[in-house]
Ligand binder design. Structure first.
Ligand code: ADP
Length: 256
């Protein structure tokens, strides 16, 4: 389906300008962190921002923003996004389940159906940037989700412990298949900066992200350090208050 047909699926009162998908090769590499922080950067720049948490089986966006409870529903059965402290609009399965600890055991097509509802049966008011936290991996589920939302560009998040070259190639192939441009790569957990001596330690081994980016003709948008303070703030639902200077350049180059 062409992107403009997707857009027409939105409720007539809704509008979304740009949709950015955040993908990774597997769970736990920081895809949700990058989604959350890019949304915060966009908000800080004065844009109207939404997040669709499409990582249906591992939804971590609400917790990072300290959101709980249930999404509102309009009289004509449209979902109303939850709003974070700084005004970011969020939808997530964790905000529709009876209990947020309920496991989600839906199969791919059901997951894609839910994501599609997040896109078209939700009141999105003049969103400049919509960030989509995609399901991890490059298999069937993320692919079906790609077919449910008109993504304008993707950011690939990797970490040095992975088989990065293989993951990036798979993600590149997925993006090609879906005809979606890749905005660039983000390497998370890239290094640890010693608070005492300032030396950068590559805890998970040497980074190969620059070579891989060059080989694939992609841009390295950011290298994010391992920072226990970040983990603590995310755990406490305070991701909006994380200082993330290492994402400034990426935000400046993408969010205009
Ligand atoms: P994913 O969405 O890829 O599954 P998350 O963004 O949920 O991964 O990150 C997994 C966990 O690791 C979270 O608890 C998060 O706060 C933590 N984390 C991610 N990146 C960092 C980092 N650079 N420094 C410290 N903790 C991190």
């Amino acid at each position: 389906m062409a992107n403009n047909e997707f857009r027409e699926e939105l409720d007539p009162q809704s509008s979304v300008n740009k949709v950015i998908g955040i993908v990774s090769g597997k769970g736990g590499v920081g895809k949700s962190l990058v989604t959350s922080l890019m949304a915060v950067k966009a908000m800080t720049k004065g844009f109207r921002v939404g997040i669709i948490d499409a990582d249906i089986t591992g939804p971590s966006i609400p917790k990072a923003f300290g959101l709980s409870g249930k999404l509102g529903v309009t009289y004509d059965q449209l979902m109303v996004p939850a709003v974070t402290n700084t005004g970011i609009n969020v939808v997530s399965t964790n905000l529709i389940l009876e209990n947020e600890t309920d496991p989600v055991i839906w199969r791919g097509p059901v997951i894609a159906g839910v994501v599609k509802q997040f896109w078209k049966d939700t009141v999105w008011n003049n969103i400049d940037y919509m960030f989509v936290d995609m399901p991890p991996g490059t298999g069937d589920v993320p692919l079906t989700v790609f077919q449910s939302i008109p993504v304008d560009g993707i950011i690939i998040v990797t970490s040095p412990q992975e088989l990065v070259s293989m993951i990036v190639t798979k993600a590149v192939n997925m993006a090609k298949k879906m005809n979606v441009p890749i905005l660039g790569l983000v390497e998370n957990m890239s290094y640890f900066e010693c608070p005492d001596c300032g030396h950068r330690h590559e805890i998970f081994g040497k980074s190969h992200i620059d070579e891989i980016a060059k080989k694939e003709g992609l841009k390295v948008l950011a290298k994010i350090p391992i920072d226990p303070e970040v983990a603590k703030q995310v755990d406490a639902g305070l991701v909006e208050y994380v200082q993330a200077p290492w994402l400034d350049e990426a935000a400046d180059s993408i969010l205009k």
